[in-house]
Write a protein that binds this ligand. Structure first.
Ligand SMILES: *[C@@H]1O[C@H](CO)[C@@H](O)[C@H](O)[C@H]1NC(C)=O
Ligand SMILES: *[C@@H]1O[C@H](CO)[C@@H](O)[C@H](O)[C@H]1NC(C)=O
Ligand SMILES: *[C@@H]1O[C@H](CO)[C@@H](O)[C@H](O)[C@H]1NC(C)=O
Ligand SMILES: *[C@@H]1O[C@H](CO)[C@@H](O)[C@H](O)[C@H]1NC(C)=O
Ligand SMILES: *[C@@H]1O[C@H](CO)[C@@H](O)[C@H](O)[C@H]1NC(C)=O
Ligand SMILES: *[C@@H]1O[C@H](CO)[C@@H](O)[C@H](O)[C@H]1NC(C)=O
Length: 655
């Protein structure tokens, strides 16, 4: 029965067209609405179907926005879908940033100039494999806050943020002359445990109060009745998401259960899939994507391809899944446009399918950007983090009987250094432990400057250490990205519970907030003349390295994009000219190369690179180099822990 309904939307397109004639005599203004009688959208009175693609401006440098959008337009898309990550724009309460790479309105304007409509998803929660699903970590300053619910403090922060954001979006609504045709409320709320209808109702009213009664608001949930139960709300048009290989008619039947009439919409049709460190790189074949896309379009349904271009989690922006599994720096997603915006076979396969239903714009597709292999760069060792602690801690260390978390230290990303002394002689190996699994997320432990091991959330809660009473214990804790999905998104970072030595709780800590990004930008780190060459070791303490390279003369069109790789290095973070490119972890994989966009490079001076290596650099054997290549490697899993653990919505029997 539902299947019939789905097919009937194709047949009624004609009816929609007839109704148009009467409408046009009014010389109608710009309108965008849902036609429940004829199961379609209407744009300016005419039946309308979108074929859209997801792009996240926060994962692409601003200089490349236009190139990527144009490639999307040339694939035959008539719309894009985008999230707004709250934490990207409000890094601290009431401190907003909408400039440079965060200039959301500029991005909207570019989309409109190119001829693309916009489906916007302002959250507040977005998932998106983005730190904490886009929620600002400072919300955790209230320790027992219930995120994504009617918790008063949460709603208060949401109201303030939306009071800032939604008025900025209003002039970009279609009916106000802009590109935005629909606005999503929350994101896959039906997959969250809280199931708080008062919260959804509050958001619905909040969005209406800022954006007006006319705008089409919608929700997106997994294509199963179990998801739609808590995700759909009267007044918000319910849409579903599902990937290739799903049974298209039964997936839309789930949407029909929530919306017996109106357009069929798949808000996230997966072109690829996300990665985690230590798991195989996800690959989805073009053939299966093309086949499912064809089925969806044949039904007359609206579709958004998630992702059309994935881009990059620069800096510290990646999220994580639970049990703790952080996503890598690349968000390539095996999408039709690569991480670097390059055209792939999948791009052309999708374009061919679209051309069966819609006219592809004439003219050449913008080419892939050229890449240049700048070659090997020699790195020299600078200070260790422990040696540089005072210099890196702008606010000075804080004394505390027990460890303080990132939020207690008022720092939200990066690294904290915890220092204490061994209370007793540990002449034989003694267990240093986090009994409550409270290392969030990875702790590099040293005693008197010598590396003694790594504690890691959900993986390693005990190591043995040795040393005399009074020895200095330094523990650098890396925040590897907050959980972005499920019930564990209240993801506190740092040492969030006590450490024990034997049976004794360790006390009397000194905690250093580390302003590493600022120190790198300002060039504060230096070589320490007193440093002896570190003895060869499979594990060293976290150490900075620096190198520089010049762009060759006499070659036209340089600088170009490139990829950096770390042969023989362990795990770390890398900056070029102060720009934080993200995390590398070639010993884990699957990602081996990091994308380096050309705009951070210069021909005017040597380019300065800083590396913070946590485990071990190949610098005692002389081969202390990193290397620029022209080819990405994203699929070289070396330490393989598990197959792709979570397939969203594969538990079809929630319905
Ligand atoms: C705002 O964001 C841009 C782009 O990331 C950045 O360059 C700039 O420094 C930020 N501004 C402030 C005040 O933090
Ligand atoms: C898809 O599901 C419908 C029931 O909703 C079923 O009739 C049909 O056979 C299924 N198609 C395939 C290819 O499995
Ligand atoms: C710690 O050392 C003890 C005694 O040598 C040994 O039995 C134990 O396996 C070690 N634990 C770890 C985590 O290495
Ligand atoms: C650490 O242990 C002390 C003493 O047992 C206790 O008071 C404190 O609450 C603990 N801290 C955490 C974060 O568990
Ligand atoms: C790199 O550092 C050198 C030495 O401090 C400086 O002269 C040069 O301008 C820096 N390069 C860039 C791109 O900032
Ligand atoms: C990795 O990807 C490349 C390029 O697509 C391919 O040639 C290679 O076979 C892949 N390697 C693995 C281990 O899957």
């Amino acid at each position: 029965m539902r299947l019939n309904m789905a097919f009937s939307s194709v047949g009624t397109a004609l009816l929609c067209a007839l109704a148009l004639t009467t409408h046009l005599t009014w010389a109608s203004p710009r309108t965008f609405s849902i036609d429940y009688q004829n199961d379609c959208f209407r744009k300016d009175g005419e039946p309308f179907r979108y074929i859209s693609g997801s792009i996240h401006y926060s994962r692409i440098p601003r200089v490349y926005w236009k190139d990527r959008l144009l490639k999307m337009y040339m694939a035959g898309l008539n719309a894009i879908q985008m999230y707004v990550p709250w934490n990207y724009h409000e890094p601290a309460p009431s401190h907003y940033n909408f400039s440079g790479d965060r200039d959301l309105q500029h991005f909207l304007q570019l989309a409109q100039d190119i001829g693309l409509l916009v489906i916007i998803r302002p959250g507040p929660y977005i998932c998106a494999e983005w730190d904490m699903g886009g929620l600002p970590a400072w919300l955790l300053n209230k320790k027992d806050i219930v995120l994504r619910s009617s918790d008063a403090d949460y709603l208060d922060a949401v109201d303030k943020w939306m009071g800032k954001l939604l008025p900025m979006l209003k002039p970009f609504l279609y009916q106000n002359g802009g590109p935005i045709i629909t606005v999503q409320v929350e994101n896959e709320y039906g997959s969250y445990f809280a199931c708080d209808f008062n919260y959804l109702r509050h958001l619905s009213q909040l969005f209406r109060s800022h954006l007006g009664q006319e705008v089409v608001l919608f929700t997106t949930d997994g294509a199963g009745l179990g998801y739609l139960r808590c995700g759909a709300l009267q007044g918000l048009y319910a849409t579903v998401d599902f990937g290739p290989g799903a049974n298209v008619s039964s997936a839309f039947a789930a949407q029909r259960h929530a919306e017996p009439h109106g357009p069929l919409v798949n808000s996230e049709f997966y072109t690829g899939w996300l990665d985690h460190w230590g798991e195989r790189h996800a690959v989805v074949s073009s053939a299966i994507v093309a086949k499912s896309l064809n089925e969806i379009l044949a039904l007359g349904a609206n579709v958004n391809l998630y992702m059309f271009i994935g881009g990059t989690n620069f800096g510290y922006w990646n999220g994580a899944n639970s049990p703790y599994a952080p996503q890598p720096t690349s968000y390539d997603y095996d999408a039709p446009l690569s991480e670097a915006g390059d055209l792939t076979d999948k791009y052309f396969a999708i374009r061919d399918v679209i051309s069966l239903y819609s006219k592809i714009p004439e003219g050449p597709v913008p080419p892939s950007t050229p890449k240049y292999a700048y070659g090997a760069v020699k790195m020299k060792r600078l200070q260790t983090v422990s040696e540089a602690a005072d210099l890196l801690s702008f606010s000075g260390p804080v004394k505390s009987a027990f460890p303080l978390s990132f939020s207690e230290m008022n720092q939200y990303f990066g690294f904290l250094l915890y220092r204490t002394k061994l209370p007793v002689d540990c002449t034989t190996p003694s267990p240093l432990s986090s009994p409550l699994n409270g290392v969030h997320d990875r702790a590099y432990v040293s005693v008197n400057g010598v590396a003694s091991g790594i504690l890691e959330r959900d993986k390693s809660i005990t190591i043995n250490i040795t040393g005399k009473a009074g020895s200095l214990v330094d523990i650098l804790v890396e925040n590897m990205g907050r959980v972005n999905y499920g019930k564990n998104i209240n993801d506190f970072k740092g040492l969030v519970s006590n450490l024990t030595l034997g049976s004794e709780v360790l006390r009397d800590w000194v905690v250093y907030s580390l302003a590493i990004d600022e120190a790198v930008s300002k060039g504060l780190l230096h070589e320490d003349a007193s440093l002896e060459a570190a003895p060869p070791s499979h594990l060293s303490t976290p150490t900075f390295y620096a190198g520089s390279f010049s762009i060759p003369d006499g070659i036209p069109d340089l600088p170009q994009d490139t990829y950096i790789q770390f042969p023989g290095w362990g795990k770390g973070q890398v900056w070029i000219n102060g720009f934080n490119l993200g995390r590398y972890w070639p010993s884990k994989g699957p990602q081996v190369t990091l994308y380096v966009p050309a705009h951070i490079l210069t021909t005017a001076a040597p380019n300065n690179m800083t590396v913070l290596e946590f485990e071990s650099a190949p610098c005692t054997e002389g081969a202390c180099t990193v290397e620029f290549t022209d080819t990405p490697i994203l699929n070289a899993t070396i330490t393989h822990t598990a197959a792709n653990r979570r397939r969203l919505f594969s538990k079809e029997d929630l319905s």
